[in-house]
Design a protein around this ligand. Structure first.
Ligand code: HEC
Length: 96
């Protein structure tokens, strides 16, 4: 029995504007590392990051053209829509 989800139907606009609620949902994985702004950490803060930069960096990790293994693994699981959503969420989000 094949179950095919027609998930692309409602997402035609998501390529340009990220869905902040989706980004919030996906962000829990990121904030385990990119949590509060800790000054003694080697993990860079990503809250308030410029959306364009954010998207470029995540796609570069996904394409394995940036070196960090953890980020390659994380980014490898993301679709373009997920990256846009995360960019929109983190651009507006404040660290807790
Ligand atoms: C296992 C820990 C870990 C997780 C989980 C993680 N990251 Fe990262 N991330 C890092 C580290 C470490 C770096 C810095 C890598 C380097 O400097 O080479 C980084 C770098 C980044 C950068 C680049 C920041 C800059 O200023 O250029 C972005 C953007 C980013 N991560 C977004 C995310 C997003 C979005 C998620 C969730 C989908 C995520 N990360 C999950 C550890 C993590």
């Amino acid at each position: 029995m094949a179950v095919v989800a027609l998930s692309t139907m409602a997402t035609s606009s998501a390529a340009t504007a990220g869905d902040i609620e989706l980004g919030r949902y996906l962000s829990s994985e990121c904030t385990t590392c990119h949590g509060a702004a800790k000054t003694d950490s080697t993990i860079p803060p990503i809250h308030g990051l410029d959306q364009k930069h954010f998207v470029e960096v995540l796609k570069a990790y996904r394409a394995k053209s940036l070196p960090n293994e953890a980020m390659r693994t994380v980014a490898g699981r993301l679709q373009d829509d997920d990256i846009a959503a995360l960019a929109a969420y983190f651009a507006a989000a404040k660290p807790r």
